[in-house]
Design a protein around this ligand. Sequence first.
Ligand SMILES: Cc1cc2nc3c(=O)[nH]c(=O)nc-3n(C[C@H](O)[C@H](O)[C@H](O)COP(=O)(O)OP(=O)(O)OC[C@H]3O[C@@H](n4cnc5c(N)ncnc54)[C@H](O)[C@@H]3O)c2cc1C
Length: 500
Amino acid sequence: MTKAIEKVVIVGGGTAGWMTALSLAKYANISPLNITLVQAQDIETIGVGEATIPNFVEFNRNLGIHEAELLRQTNATFKLGIQFQDWKEKNHSFFHPFSDYGLNINNVDFHHYVLSALHHGLDVKLSDFCLSTQLANKEKFYIANELQNPLEDFGYAYHFDAGLYATLLKRNATAQGVAHKIATIEDVKCRVDGFIDHLVAQNGEMISGDLFIDCSGFRGELIEKVLETGYERWDHWLLCDKAVAVHSESECSLKPFTKSTAKANGWQWSIPLQNRMGNGYLYASQWESDQDAQAQLLASLTGSALTTPRVIPFTPGRRKQIWNKNCFAVGLSTGFIEPLESTSISLIQSAIAKLLSFFPDSSFDDALINHVNRLHNLEVERVRDFIILHYKLSQRTDSEFWRHCQTMSIPTSLEDKIALFKASSSIEQRECESFEMASWLSMYFGFDVKPKRFDPRANLMPLDALKHNLGMIKSHINQTCNQAPSHDQFVSSFLSNRKA
Ligand SMILES: Cc1cc2nc3c(=O)[nH]c(=O)nc-3n(C[C@H](O)[C@H](O)[C@H](O)COP(=O)(O)OP(=O)(O)OC[C@H]3O[C@@H](n4cnc5c(N)ncnc54)[C@H](O)[C@@H]3O)c2cc1C
């Protein structure tokens, strides 16, 4: 006879641990669960995951966390996308927005009309037809109360302080019955069938459970050290394997985007919070020493450093399974690609969603386990391909790092996608794809990839009509953008007007 899972034990109290704990606490309203989160005092959290993508807004809403409360408690700001500086070549910049470009007209995607206009010699840019890109260029932001026009529909996310976010979730989760134990797990006892039976803490306490969630970060205390699930390395495609991170004083205005600046041997991020900047330099350690990386990062800060730079090594790749026996891994214990598109927290969300959708009973049916692992692996591969695309399309030749990126082989799944765009300007949307058409277009247009042809149906629009329609769309976007408040103004009025 199978029984319902009663006791869930989460190991780890970082972003992944508390996101999982609060989600399970909500789930326990439907199916009763006894949830314990165990966290070591002496093992630091990573703490640098501060940029998100739009599905994070909905995630928090579903957990019952009000937007104003989140902004206030975590010093958060709004994010319209990512500015890529010096990626194609030095002194060149483009924007990856969380929104579409223009409008689909007569069932033809908008970018084909832009390509048609370019073909006719018109001076147009795809980014002119995207409100959130224009808002970002002018450092403006607003949230539409009621959507009047599809051209004004854009997604947004947050930048937030990871430590404060974990505290906020902890307060909510413990209020909803999650037991919090401070203890370092030193040993794990398994049953004869290899399933985890109980954990043993440093103080000798035994912590038993039916289901164990590994949120122990890169250490993979259960999924790897105990169950030896295996890790697939992707460092032949993703050369950056270290990061150095530091906080610094705020800049004079709050930018509504993450800035990613390509450097000779990697790239640097800059994330604005209400009270400080989060900065980091991600680099390939075969070409850059830790000392040089730290010196470069410190030299590039616009305000004084507020913390000591911290070096974080990692191996790009993924755990071969996120679910093995009665252990489900969430967060960095499942692997890490790299932070370029702020996808790690989103992968935490989707792992939690899969756990809840396919919540097991005591039989731990292989059908569920295999299905979840297959979906997760596909999703991570899609994200990996999108990240590799950034390096592959760069035209920089100023270092061995960039020359290597251009000549390296890439996964065939990505090769096929690029080939399809070059041949037809089409974007193939695959199963479990996190990044939709607009994201891929922002890269192809941002890196100036020239497709051989576009959808001939775009040419059915006479040139005068094309000019007129593009002009109308652009001017509507400019007008809307001009009326919007600055991001600074919006954040302060949002915080003062809304009660958490
Ligand atoms: C350089 C860098 C930049 C990043 N930037 C972003 C970003 O901008 N956006 C994004 O989405 N993601 C980003 N990430 C990823 C993001 O930081 C993580 O996905 C997120 O913080 C989740 O981490 P975690 O909770 O899995 O692990 P951690 O934060 O490492 O937490 C692990 C927890 O496990 C506990 N623990 C470990 N071992 C034991 C033990 N034996 N007993 C008890 N407890 C134990 C620790 O005490 C800690 O509480 C970045 C990552 C890196 C490395």
